[in-house]
Design a protein around this ligand. Structure first.
Ligand SMILES: NC(=O)c1ccc[n+]([C@@H]2O[C@H](COP(=O)([O-])OP(=O)(O)OC[C@H]3O[C@@H](n4cnc5c(N)ncnc54)[C@H](OP(=O)(O)O)[C@@H]3O)[C@@H](O)[C@H]2O)c1
Length: 280
């Protein structure tokens, strides 16, 4: 498995997403098997949230990981912006840990910005870190100005990751967010490499199919391989299917020539100016 330095430790370049997992009981055992296959085949990060199925995704992840060595993978969860005060963070975290059948999270993220002042949220997260319930914390769906503001509040510079949408059709973060995060040593997690369910947030053009055919890979392998092409960020992909997970793991070995990357840039250009953050 290809690894990158993420959250100050070697981590698989692909993580497993869990949005819309655990919601259909008839798929439960297949979903558990899929997560376990991923952990047994080198994936060392699982991403979840209290929002996903209102706890159902965390419950399913808890079942899947309970017999694994907890120190061998990172568990990331997120809390709602309307649970972002110190008291409510503690309450959400206690519920998440219970559902996940674990006693700590590696990373706890503010899912997106809400009304609570950042200073208050960070103070609650620092408390949870001191208490040992979380190893570290971060944010999600933060634009460049949000990140700068975060850095201006007490302990805001303890933020370890920002998780934003990133796929070939949504490249805005390349302009200033990614460089800024590198400069400040904040790891980047890209979500929805396939544009989410049914590619709803990415419209694969013919070039994707043509190039995938030429390279004898699937469209999904091409899309994921493109996101991780520079080895500088972690991509979280979701699947409920073991066959799809095996397919996605195949993207690790896919490499692009300079010509191929240039051709893709013509259809999906890199940003040349600041653009508002794309969010799902
Ligand atoms: N922080 C945030 O605000 C935020 C927002 C969105 C997502 N996320 C995180 O990022 C994760 C990934 O994003 P996402 O779930 O939106 O979408 P995604 O990973 O871009 O796409 C998931 C979709 O692709 C399908 N798929 C996956 N591999 C496939 C393959 N090899 N062949 C065919 N279909 C395949 C899945 O169907 P099957 O399940 O049937 O394979 C599912 O419909 C989420 O699960 C979540 O953990 C975070």
């Amino acid at each position: 498995m290809r690894q990158i330095q993420f959250n100050d430790q070697p981590t698989s370049i692909i993580g497993m997403g869990t949005w819309r997992i655990g919601e259909d009981p008839s798929k439960g055992s297949a979903e558990i098997q899929t997560i376990q296959y991923g952990l047994n085949h080198g994936i060392t990060l699982i991403d979840t949230a209290e929002m996903y199925g209102e706890g159902a995704a965390e419950t399913l992840v808890g079942e899947a990981i309970k017999d694994f060595d907890r120190q061998k993978f990172q568990l990331v969860s997120k809390f709602y912006p309307y649970h972002a005060t110190p008291k409510l963070i503690k309450n959400s975290l206690e519920h998440s840990l219970k559902r996940l059948q674990t006693d700590y999270l590696d990373l706890y993220l503010l899912h997106w910005r809400g009304e609570t002042p950042l200073a208050e949220t960070i103070s609650g997260l620092v408390d949870m870190k001191k208490a040992g319930y979380i190893k570290d914390f971060g944010v999600s769906n933060f634009d460049i100005n949000d990140l700068k503001e975060l850095y201006s509040v007490p302990n805001g510079d303890q933020c370890k990751v920002n998780q934003n949408l990133y796929n070939i059709g949504s490249r805005g973060i390349e302009y200033s967010i990614l460089p800024w995060q590198k400069e400040h040593d904040i790891s980047f997690m890209g979500y929805s490499p396939f544009g989410s369910d049914k590619n709803a947030y990415l419209h694969p053009q013919e070039i994707i199919t043509d190039m995938a055919n030429q390279k004898h890979i699937t469209i999904f392998q091409l899309l994921l391989a493109w996101v991780i092409r520079n080895n500088d960020l972690l991509s979280i992909a979701k699947t409920s299917s073991l066959e799809h997970l095996k397919d996605n793991l195949g993207s690790i070995d896919v490499r692009f020539t300079d010509d191929e990357l240039e051709l893709l840039d013509k259809y999906y250009p890199a940003p040349t100016k600041e653009t508002p953050l794309d969010v799902i």
